[in-house]
Design a protein around this ligand. Sequence first.
Ligand SMILES: [Zn+2]
Length: 377
Amino acid sequence: MKALVLVDLQNDFGPGGALPVPEGDAIVPLINQLQKQFQLVVATQDWHPSTHGSFAANHPGSKRGETIQLNGLPQILWPIHCVQNTPGAEFLHTLDRTGIEMIFQKGTDSGIDSYSGFFDNGHRKSTGLGDYLKSKSVEEVYIVGLATDYCVKFTALDSVQLGFKTFLIQDACRGVDLKPGDTASAVDEMRRAGVRILKSSEVMAGAAMEVLYRGKHIQMVRLGNWEFAHRPEISGIVAIVAATAEDEILLVEQFRPPVGKYVLELPAGLAGDLAGSEKEDLAEAAKRELLEETGYQAGQMTLLTEGPPSAGIASEVVTFFRADHLRSVGCGGGDHSENIIVHKVPLANAVAWLETQRQSGKLVDPKVFAGLFFLTK
Ligand SMILES: [Zn+2]
């Protein structure tokens, strides 16, 4: 079961409100569309008593935007906003409320703020949202609303912590950007914590996707006139560009039944494909795959780029990492099901070596040349 969580779509965060988020209301038509794709929609509502400790006005001598200590927690001081039973606390009037099953109010205790829709900022009290979603057998939580760098972020992070597969629909959120760049770093932080970042178009497409065949690992799906392969269970695919201290690129060779030949490839693998590690961070997955396949431990993984290797036939997008500070700690070879041969090829004549291999009847994955580009540019 999938649930859509609408975070704080309230008048005070909209235009003319006490704490307006830039373009806070611009996302509402999109959110109304998205609601139709979900069987379960719930909303959070910032719901403060007028005595709330997050209001600058309740701390004489302090200013908005200042950070103070509130009962042992750092607290940014905000203007008075979302006071219980005032128009500012009501939902934006353009929001379609007919599909909202439950509303979870937060920030009701004067002594502690609550950015997350699940818990207050000290994780002292739950709003009941987590238990509610579990009682509805929800496994996937999709988050939209305001504001990306505060309540949306903390709601998403708690959702991951509670074990939900968590998605941020990025274009259906807006941030405050108290400091320029806050929103972008909030998205990065969520991604690192295991939140998958989606566009609303992907969610709409996902909902419109018809499964033609469901295999153990791969689905064959149809979207409009397009038929393609889709892996629903993984969080990403990583390819690792790695050179040893002796300037050799690490390549792996393996028999690949779909093409009926031995193929030379970059070390690569799926993130989140092991049971219990669905939230595996991509850089961690890259380290793990490199070690399993080549026996080299990387001191550092740097993200290079990402893109679809076969956009016409599969939904997969590969993230390339560069591995540095390599240390040989084993012989590699992959797990028991994979018969992987490791090659260390001097960068200086790698192109010629690959051509010799190709002429001998093997196939060379073109991503290897992308790897050479990154190592030699
Ligand atoms: Zn608040």
